[in-house]
Structures are given as C-alpha cells and as structure tokens.
Design a protein. Structure first.
Length: 287
C-alpha cells in the first residue's frame, strides 16, 4: 500500500506489523544520474565507431597486422589466409574483366559468359575458405581466436559480398536455363517490366557497390598476405596443398565455362537478335 506523506511516498510492508519502509524521492539526483548515464552511453557508441573506422582505415592501408598462428601440415590460420588471399586476387582480376565486357554486352557476350562461368568455382572456394575461418573462430578454436576477427565493418560487409556474388552468378545461370523465357515479364512495377534478365542486372548493380567497398578495404592486405609479407622469415606449411586446391579450382572453372557456353547457344542467339533489333529500331532490350 502507498501512503502519501510529506517528503515523499511511504511503503508499508505488511509482512511485519508496524514496520514502515520509507523511500524518499529525489528527482534532481535521479535526473542528473539519468543524464550522466545517457551521456556515457552515447560517448561509448561514439568511441566504438571511431575505433572501428580507424581499424578499417588501417586495414585498408595495410598497416594493421593480424597475428595468424602457423600450424603444422596445413599452415593453420596463416595457410588459410594465404589461400583466401590468392583466391581473392584471382577473383578481383576476373571480376574486372567481367565488368569490362559490360561496355558492350552485345559484342562481348561470349567473353561475358565464359568469364562468368569460370568465376563460379573460384567464388565457391573463396566462400569455403572464409566460411571455414569464421566457423573456427566462433566455435572457439584457439589458433583462430588468436588470429582474431576482421574489422567490424568488414564482418558486416562480408555476407553481403557473398550473397550478391552468388546472386549474380546464380541469376546468370538461370538466364541460360530459362532460354527465351528469361525475357518474359514476371511482374510490372510502375510501368517497368521485371524479368529474369533485369533481376540479373539488379543483382550485378548491388554486387558492384558492395564489392567496390570490399576491394578498397581488402586489396592491399591480400597482396601482402599472398606475397608472404605478413609472415616474413616464417615458412607456412601446406603450400603444395593450397596450390593443388587452386589448380583444381581453375580446372573446374575451365570445364564449367565450356559446358555453360555449350548450353548457352540458344539464349545467346536470342539476345543478339534483340540487341541488333534495339540497335536499329530503338526498342528496349529487356521489354
């Protein structure tokens, strides 16, 4: 029961007869304490944001050093970092080549398909190496815990890079599988027709944004790791196994390219017909 008394409320504890517990309200001090707590919380968020930004800039410039332990046989985290770095640099070169073909897809469609198909095994390998490291870190494996996680911003960006990359490649393969149906309108929004081709184009646009940020932050560190600058004077075991993994992946890339190009003939011919029709008559290529 609450009783109103001078100086503040009184709470009567019915469990002990006659005993009164008194709690006086002090709004001035409570307000000051609340403001102080909010100010401290805001300062902590600001400090963390600044620290994360500094860490990201240092990583992008190649000034941040990650202490990756070296394990026997496979190389452990250091070996994983090298395989990831080499795969990432190969992907970067191929993605740049793929982007170049967009200057005129009608003229470079064969190269576009070949490079895109070749990328698939490399993207799978890169996803596997990064996924392995993430899993081992969060499962508490000591050597991967010692190596530590990437900067917070890159941890948030990483899944987007993987998802958009897979979306680009998956939607590209879907175009070939669908054939002429890939140009059939799925839905129309505000007069704009959405089909499998526009989904592929939208996936590429999203990937280009996140990949651009990823490249800015990761290229210099990847080059240093690939060249062994991060572990100067230390031999990282497992070089042969990493070489075999890359060689097998590249061979699978060649095989994938040949197969995809073989089955893409019908879709490619239809695309070229539409391309030339648009070129001469000005009709929308994805209408």
């Amino acid at each position: 029961m609450i009783r109103a008394v001078a100086g503040g409320p009184m709470l009567v504890d019915g469990s002990r007869k006659g005993k009164i517990l008194c709690t006086r309200s002090r709004p001035a001090k409570w307000t000051k304490r609340t403001v102080l707590t909010e100010s401290t919380g805001g300062q902590r968020v600001h400090d963390r944001a600044v620290a994360s930004l500094n860490e990201l800039v240092a990583t992008a410039a190649g000034n941040a050093h990650r202490d990756d332990p070296i394990a026997a046989t496979t190389g452990g985290p250091a070996g994983n970092a090298r395989l990831t770095a080499w795969t990432g640099l190969l992907l970067l070169a191929l993605f740049l080549a793929e982007t170049f073909t967009l200057i005129s897809v009608g003229h470079f469609i064969t190269a576009h398909i070949l490079i895109g198909a070749f990328l698939i095994p490399l993207v799978i390998l890169k996803t596997a190496t990064t996924g392995w490291r993430i899993a081992r870190y969060y499962l508490g494996t000591s050597d991967y815990r010692q190596g530590g996680p990437p900067p917070t911003a890159l941890r948030l960006l990483g899944p987007l890079v993987i998802l958009t990359g897979l979306a680009v490649l998956g939607s590209g393969l879907a175009l070939i599988a669908l054939g002429k149906s890939s140009f059939t309108t799925i839905v129309s929004i505000a007069g704009f027709q959405i089909n499998a081709l526009t989904i592929h184009q939208a996936s590429f646009a999203a990937w280009l944004v996140v990949m651009g940020l990823h490249v800015l932050a990761r290229t210099v560190p990847a080059v240093k790791v690939a060249l062994g600058k991060e572990s100067v004077g230390a031999r990282v075991p497992g070089g042969s196994a990493r070489g075999v993994a890359l060689a097998v992946t590249l061979a699978l890339g060649v095989l994938t390219s040949v197969l995809v190009l073989h089955f893409s003939g019908g879709w490619t011919n239809h695309l070229l017909e539409r391309f030339h029709h648009h070129h001469h008559f000005g009709y929308p290529p994805n209408g």
